[in-house]
Design a protein around this ligand. Structure first.
Ligand SMILES: Cc1ncc(COP(=O)(O)O)c(C=O)c1O
Length: 443
């Protein structure tokens, strides 16, 4: 029978050659999103009855699609929470795709799952958890938070009567994905005012506590300001009320790899679950969130699926599908595992320390520039500042101009009611002197 999908070896080589070049040269900082109207004339015609051929389709990828994406992996990309995948993790990700591994259950992906679990164990060891801990890599922090909170409610509902409405308690600085998870779960959110640094104290959480709360979410690196909540105090509150403590460390918990910074997470050994995204500050490509439970069996109670066609799955083995809301999955934790196995944990700690040192150098530099007001930080690797003599509109224009030129991606956010600039460093190649040179153009 004729192969319906013929594809020449030379096209495979074309794609691999581009991949090799991309990994060695990195991203182009001048790239950025185009409008629908700009993209439509080429991409809008790409799906045809007879196909346009692999060469033409790949040219669309290299010449149209990639240039119309934001280069978050570039060292001058300091907005949102960017990404800084190592060359090892990027190269390996290409191989992983080719391996075509089903990593939903042990039968399908034993080797891959075992290796992913080694990477998860490194994180849970850093948190001070024992062998009962375990978890799975999911697509991102949003899904990780939802899955942890679903496990939390299931755990709580097995130990006490259900109230009319369940509630989650978190900081006003909690990531928007907590409210999104609450909406999916149809539970309430009690938001606690954070202090002037964005940190939720245990005293404030206690004052706002309600008996319907089944889980407290503690920030381990609030996205906007980098604050880490009082994890130990919140663990006391959780214990007193027999409720679950979840740590949202999607961005910031990566810093637990740095021995100097680790103490800010004191008390994490008492939490019930945590997330940290390797695609943020652990030098891995999109998309992966490490979701870890201190007692993994609690999660299996909540997330295990059963169906007659799944009866053949060996339930005595570690099946990642039992620990989050998914069944089929790629081994998305493996690029992180590969990079960690390649370089070792010391290199990870050092790389995190380098980014934090960069954030400190930037904060110091900003405080020394007349006309810039350092407002907060660094907290982990987030710095907030404001030009004292610039209007809000001029700030927007400056950010857009420098985004377009590729000099710097530094976008405004809001802090305590005013427009400010925010820097978030996750890339060890970010050069503070280079960034400060650009920031001087603000004055
Ligand atoms: C603290 C925190 N939690 C959750 C998320 C959501 O993660 P994701 O974008 O991977 O879904 C983010 C994203 O920036 C975050 O910073």
């Amino acid at each position: 029978m004729k192969n319906p999908f013929p594809f020449s070896a030379s096209l495979v080589t074309t794609i691999l050659d581009w991949t090799r070049a991309r990994i060695s040269t990195g991203q182009n900082p001048k790239h950025g999103a185009q409008s629908f109207a700009e993209l439509e004339p080429t991409l809008g015609q790409s799906i045809t009855k007879d196909g346009i051929g692999g060469e033409a389709a790949f040219s669309l990828f290299t010449d149209v699609i990639v240039p119309s994406t934001r280069p978050f992996g570039h060292p001058t990309s300091l907005s949102y929470v960017a990404s800084a995948p190592s060359a090892a993790s990027l190269s390996f990700d290409a191989a992983l795709g080719a391996a075509g591994i089903f990593a939903g259950n042990w039968d399908g992906g034993a080797g891959a799952i075992h290796a992913e679990n080694q990477a998860l164990a490194w994180l849970s060891d850093l948190a001070g958890w024992d062998d009962a801990a375990g978890g799975v890599f999911v697509a991102g922090g949003t899904l990780g938070n939802l899955c942890a909170l679903h496990a939390a409610r299931d755990w709580k509902s097995r130990r006490s009567a259900r109230p009319d409405r369940w509630a989650i308690l978190c900081s006003a600085e909690a990531h928007s994905s907590i409210a999104a998870a609450a909406s999916v779960m149809d539970v309430d959110v009690i938001q606690i005012e954070a202090d002037h640094t964005g940190r939720m104290s245990a005293a404030a959480a206690r004052a706002g506590f309600h008996p319907n709360v089944f889980a407290i979410v503690a920030n381990a690196g609030a996205t906007n300001c980098g604050a880490v909540d009082d994890i130990n105090g919140l663990a006391d509150l959780a214990e007193e009320n027999d409720i679950w403590l979840h740590i949202d460390g999607a961005y910031g918990l990566a810093a637990i790899a740095d021995p100097q910074t680790r103490p800010v997470f004191a008390g994490i050994h008492r939490a019930h679950s945590m997330i940290v995204d390797p695609h943020k500050w652990l030098f891995a490509p999109y998309d992966s969130c490490a979701l870890v439970y201190r007692n993994a069996a609690d999660a299996a109670n909540a997330h295990g699926q059963s169906a007659v066609y799944l009866d053949a799955v060996d339930k005595t083995q570690w099946n990642p599908s039992d620990y989050a809301l998914h069944l089929t999955r790629r081994a998305r934790g493996l690029p992180f595992w590969y990079s960690l196995a390649t370089h070792g944990t010391q290199a990870y700690g050092d790389a995190i320390a380098t980014t934090i040192a960069t954030a400190h150098a930037l904060a110091k530099g900003i405080s020394q520039i007349d006309g810039l007001d350092l407002l907060l930080g660094p907290q982990l690797s987030v710095v907030l500042f404001r030009p004292t003599r610039m209007s809000d509109d001029a700030m927007d224009a400056w950010a857009e101009q420098h985004r377009r030129s590729g000099a710097l991606l530094c976008l405004p956010t809001t802090w305590q009611g005013q427009k400010v600039f925010r820097l978030c460093i996750v890339n060890p190649d970010t050069d503070p002197d280079d960034v400060l040179k650009t920031l001087k153009t603000l004055v």
